[in-house]
Design a protein around this ligand. Structure first.
Ligand code: NDP
Length: 295
């Protein structure tokens, strides 16, 4: 029987753990973790993400600071805001919602965030720390995938993992995390030869491609665990539907465990943002980090 890994249930559990820890911080240390989210412009998808992040932050008892800036905000003004947030002791996590309007240098802005407050884990220092196996802030989506894999398997040591996709946001950090847990890791991408055969060697197959239902059942080794990071909107029967990078029905028929879309990796991303904010707050105050919520 194939296990459907329920990201909604798992994310609710993570949020509950965060909420309990936040309550203890407040009672025992009079500290409230704070997350600042910066949105530049009016991209509709980004507005939805920012609204959800605000609601989730407040729900677990954290302070939420929202900064909505006009689409034509200059780079100097945005950098000045980031520096103010870096210096603000009430702010433990800073997230600049991507993508930024084209006239802004996203790399410069992300690398201006204090790495200790970089809850997205995109600052070059955090990338380097993760790559060298040191304590860092870890990107939320791959962290969520790792938590689900650890929960399902216990130890991942010695397993063959294939990550399809080599983006800085998902594929590369995912591969680093799996390597950190002693998997034998292959990173596949658009130039990989015979992708299906490469994927069929995987005990753990992570799809982060951005192509609707590209990974079908014949890419999956019998009994493998399939993590579908993809979020793709497709028109079907006159309706817009969300599908992953994995063709669920054919892959689920072969896999041992699989995450659905929606309701798999997606809900874990915001839960891990909250977990990262809590971790950043604990580190900033020299307190023990929450167990099971970090890499
Ligand atoms: P990118 O577009 O940045 O990267 C896609 C990767 O897939 C690239 O490395 C590309 O290879 C590879 N790729 C593209 N086509 C093929 C192919 N035919 N065969 C093999 N590899 C291929 O995407 P992201 O990493 O940002 O996102 C991936 C998916 O995850 C998207 O669907 C996105 O929406 C989703 N996502 C979901 C999140 C969540 O919260 N659940 C969060 C972030 C992303 P190459 O480098 O050679 O071009």
């Amino acid at each position: 029987m194939t296990t459907i890994i329920d990201g909604k249930v798992f994310a609710a559990r993570v949020r509950g753990q965060v909420q309990a820890h936040v309550a203890r911080l407040r009672e025992e240390h009079a500290i409230t973790p704070g997350l600042a989210v910066v949105l530049v412009g009016e991209d509709p998808a980004s507005q939805v993400y920012v609204r959800n992040k605000h609601a989730s932050t407040v729900e677990v008892g954290m302070a939420s600071f929202e900064h909505r800036l006009a689409a034509d905000t200059g780079e100097a003004d945005l950098l000045a805001l980031v520096r103010r947030l870096n210096a603000d002791p009430a702010v433990h996590g800073i997230l600049v919602q991507l993508p930024l309007p084209g006239h802004l240098n996203a790399e410069l802005i992300i690398n201006t965030i204090d790495p200790a407050k970089d809850v997205d884990g995109f600052h070059i220092s955090n990338v380097g720390l993760l790559g060298t196996g040191q304590k860092s802030m870890v990107p939320c989506t791959p962290l969520g995938c790792l938590m689900m894999l650890r929960d399902h398997h216990g130890s991942l040591s010695g397993m063959n993992a294939v990550v399809v996709g080599r983006s800085n946001i998902v594929g590369k950090p995912m591969a680093q995390l799996l390597l950190g847990d002693s998997c034998t890791v292959t990173i596949a991408h658009s130039r990989t030869k015979d992708l299906a055969a490469v994927c069929r060697a995987a005990d753990i197959l992570v799809a982060a491609v951005g192509r609707a239902e590209m990974i079908t059942g014949d890419f999956v080794k019998p009994g493998a665990t399939v993590i579908d990071v993809g979020i793709n909107r497709v028109e079907r029967d006159g309706k817009t539907r969300l599908v992953g990078d994995v063709e669920f029905a054919s892959a689920a028929a072969v896999a041992g465990a699989i995450t659905p879309v929606p309701g798999g990796v997606g809900p874990m991303t915001i839960a891990c943002l909250l977990a990262n904010t809590l971790t950043a707050c604990c580190r900033a105050n020299g307190l023990a980090e929450p167990e099971g919520l970090t890499a």
